[in-house]
Design a binder for this molecule. Structure first.
Ligand code: NAD
Ligand code: UFG
Length: 345
């Protein structure tokens, strides 16, 4: 192993990967990114150079294309060779996945398969996989532990569940594979520099980017999807986690894989649930203006409450989230208010 192992990030220009890129560099890793920009902007790359103060090694292309992945391994050779892969690249919009299920199966499962095949071709067997709390479906018990029953309720969720199973199967047949399956709860916030953050295309599906656009005046009000849930204030409760905490979780997972040479599956969440109203209020405090809201019907497929038991991640990785809801809102607002048009503004 070189002093500065090179990590391949797929989907590297995306929201979570771009923050992970910086966390990995800070931890002394070399990063090579690959992305086809299907849901991101190339303009993130100069920002990463600016914040990280290092060159951005990058290959543009689709991870389903074996030639693109072979090119990554080739580009990484002078960097010491790829030591592990963090596979973020995927389509992630639940509603869109119901409209275009085959595109989701093709991209998310086809991409995962192609990545594993390329890794095998090049003799690399350490993989971090971006999974999601969506694999728990409607939770039976809260907080959610990793041994909770798994079920997917939409094609996006199925790609994560099948992806996890595929990787478990691979590890069971071939002991060279070591996979860290990370089940993210609700990533929000932005890098404290305010230079990178979440930049959704079109109308945001997720709560915090929507609230951010209301606060900056792009949208008139937040539609609160349901206020009759069995939760303290009737609105949905989620485990929001600062994207920089999440990024550090990937560093911890890679260190675990390198040191332990064994697979693991962990929740990455804070363990604390907040309601839609609590988040909107916290955002209002961060932005110095109230977030106007309107109560709307429940959104199909939503669960009342979902939050992690993060104890396993702490026990195995020595990792825990350190940033609170106010940090998430302040950092999101810094990004949103200084980049109202996202990366392309
Ligand atoms: P994102 O859309 O910002 O990032 C994904 C990146 O992958 C994008 O840059 C996109 O262009 C790229 N990509 C997609 N398909 C590709 C392909 N075939 N080839 C090359 N690049 C491709 O999303 P994100 O929020 O950063 O999510 C990253 C990962 O985390 C995804 O796997 C997602 O399913 C998972 N995840 C996200 C959340 C969330 O709420 N953001 C929650 C749980 C899990
Ligand atoms: N919400 C609103 N108004 C909005 C958007 C969201 O009230 O405009 C509410 C939702 O009803 C929910 C909460 O805010 O109660 C959080 O919604 P998000 O869409 O931000 O997050 P979800 O937990 O519903 O979805 C996320 C990911 C999915 C993943 C799911 C389960 O976006 O990809 O977690 O892990 F499948």
């Amino acid at each position: 192993m070189t002093a500065s192992p090179c990590i391949l990030l797929t989907g590297a220009a995306g929201y979570i990967a771009s923050h992970t890129w910086l966390a990995l560099q800070e931890a002394g890793f070399t990063v090579l990114g690959v992305d086809n920009f299907v849901n991101s902007s190339p303009n993130v790359l100069p920002r990463l150079r600016e914040i990280g103060g290092q060159p951005t090694h990058f290959v543009e292309g689709d991870v389903r294309d074996p030639a693109v992945l072979d090119r990554c391994f080739e580009v990484a050779r002078p960097l010491g060779g790829i030591r592990a892969v963090v596979h973020f690249a995927a389509l992630k919009a639940v509603g869109e996945s119901v409209e275009r299920p085959l595109d989701y199966f093709e991209n998310n499962l086809g991409g995962l398969l192609a990545v594993c095949q390329a890794m095998q071709r090049h003799g690399v067997f350490d993989l971090v996989f971006s999974s999601s709390a969506t694999v728990y479906g409607e939770p039976e018990r809260l907080p959610i532990t990793e041994d909770a029953p798994l079920r997917a309720t939409n094609p996006y969720g199925q790609t994560k569940l099948l992806g996890e199973e595929l990787l478990r199967g691979l590890g069971a047949c071939d002991a060279r594979w070591h996979v860290a399956t990370l089940r993210y709860f609700n990533p929000v916030g932005a890098h404290p520099s305010g230079r990178i953050g979440e930049d959704p295309r079109g109308v945001p599906n997720n709560l915090m980017p929507y609230v951010a656009q209301v606060a900056v005046g792009k949208r008139p009000h937040l539609n609160v999807f349901g206020n009759d849930y069995d939760t303290p204030d009737g609105t949905g409760v989620r485990d929001y986690i600062h994207v920089c905490d999440l990024a550090e979780g990937h560093v911890a997972a890679l260190r675990y894989l390198f040191a332990q040479q064994r697979s693991l599956t962990v929740n990455l969440g804070t363990g604390q649930g907040y309601s839609v109203l609590q988040l909107a209020q916290a955002y209002g405090r961060a932005a110095g203006r109230e977030v106007p809201l309107v109560f709307a019907p429940r959104r199909a497929g939503d669960v009342a409450a979902c939050y992690a038991d993060p104890a396993q991640a702490h026990a195995l990785l020595g990792w825990r989230a350190t940033r609170g809801l106010d940090d998430m809102c302040v950092d999101s607002w810094r990004w949103q208010s200084t980049n109202p048009g996202g990366f392309d503004s």
